[in-house]
Design a protein around this ligand. Structure first.
Ligand SMILES: NC(=O)CC[C@H](N)C(=O)O
Length: 360
């Protein structure tokens, strides 16, 4: 089969020639790169990538296909991070059509096609990444048929596209976690279910002030954290309570904004499975999975709060803690999926806080 020709056009005017191997349509978004060697299925279905076109620096993609797509709508998909693909496109170097894996169901190009997602190959993604590292993340568009306009996801509130619409309950564990869903990854829910929790998943703008729960969780999600005014406002109202709060990635940013921290955008973000973070006050380093473009400013720290972790590559804030109040959050992904599970103990820290409060 001869694949259709495609073009990647960046906002600085550079043009790259490529071939389509996914759904054939033009698409625009913010071009971001991920340096992981594995995990394309988890990344494609991570809702935090909404509005972004993903570049994989690892040169060979597709070689293990995609795992089975379980179809029971009531259950979480077993092998994916949400029900469908969220990236606006996938840019790779070499597409391996000759895929094999013990758990393979279909090829990657099939998965892109049934999700109406464009995928292009034949681009030197490492040189493209060098450009994005030098100049910073850029807008870009993939042209296959018609021309399309550049699209800047930071200017929109994308959460309504990825958050659940109605409250939903998972599991029947002892500890009740109220989960604010801004585009949660399935593995976060799985991590709670494995720890004797009931997860009450509510929409991003849900007024949870009268809900009964033992701990509040704020999820990951797409776009600029400052677009989440309703969520930030709701969180700020529960900061006077003493119920434990835990945030991951966007959740870290939203908790920070509610507590009086500020956020800014990084030049090209952290997206990979090998980001080193250091636990403040120790020499202990952890290798973490990450996917974010924004960070908390470390220069203005409200009373009672501390920077919990720092990134060892660029020294940026990787987590917050208010020990007195049992509020914790991390910029990285302790649930991993894909990536190292070394920091999954953070879920246990949160549950320890919950157990302590319940005893009192
Ligand atoms: N994974 C996330 O939650 C990402 C948070 C936010 N959208 C950022 O890019 O920084």
């Amino acid at each position: 089969m001869i694949n259709k020709k495609a073009k990647l056009i960046l906002e600085d005017g550079s043009i790259y020639e490529a071939y389509s191997f996914g759904y054939e349509k033009s698409s625009a978004g913010e071009i971001v790169f991920n340096t992981s060697m594995t995990g394309y299925n988890e990344s494609l279905t991570d809702p935090s990538y909404k509005g972004q076109i993903l570049v994989c620096t690892y040169p060979l993609i597709g070689n293990y296909g995609i795992p089975p797509i379980t179809s029971n709508k009531k259950k979480l998909k077993r092998f994916f991070e949400s029900n469908n693909i969220h990236v606006s496109g996938l840019i790779i170097s070499y597409y391996s059509d000759n895929a094999f894996h013990w758990n393979m169901y279909k090829k990657l190009s099939y998965f892109l096609k049934i999700n109406n997602t464009v995928g292009i190959s034949g681009i030197d993604t490492r040189s493209l990444t060098k450009k994005l590292r030098d100049k910073g993340t850029m807008l870009g568009k993939i042209i296959i048929s018609d021309n399309v306009k550049f699209y800047n996801p930071d200017k929109y509130n994308l959460v309504y596209k990825v958050s659940i619409r109605k409250k939903k309950i998972y599991g029947n564990g002892k500890y009740k976690i109220l989960l604010i869903d801004c585009g949660v990854k399935n593995n976060i829910i799985r991590c709670f279910l494995e720890r004797n929790c009931t997860v009450i998943r509510v929409p991003w703008n849900y007024n949870f002030l009268n809900e009964e729960y033992d701990g509040l969780f704020i999820s990951n999600g797409p776009g600029n954290p400052k677009e989440y005014k309703t969520t930030i406002n709701n969180i700020s109202k529960v900061l006077i309570c003493n119920k434990p709060i835990f945030g991951i990635c966007l959740g870290n940013q939203l908790l920070g904004l509610a507590a009086g921290f500020d956020t800014h955008k990084l030049k090209y973000g952290h997206r990979s499975n090998n980001q080193p973070v250091i636990l403040s006050g120790t020499n202990r380093c952890f290798i973490t999975s990450q996917n974010h473009g924004y960070v908390i400013d470390s220069n203005k720290i409200p009373n009672g709060w501390k920077i919990w972790f720092k990134n060892l590559n660029d020294n940026t804030c990787e987590g917050l803690i208010n020990f007195e109040k049992s509020f914790i959050s991390v910029q990285f992904h302790p649930e991993a999926s894909s990536g190292p599970t070394d920091t999954q103990f953070i879920f246990d820290v949160f549950l320890k806080f919950i157990k302590c409060k319940k005893k009192k």
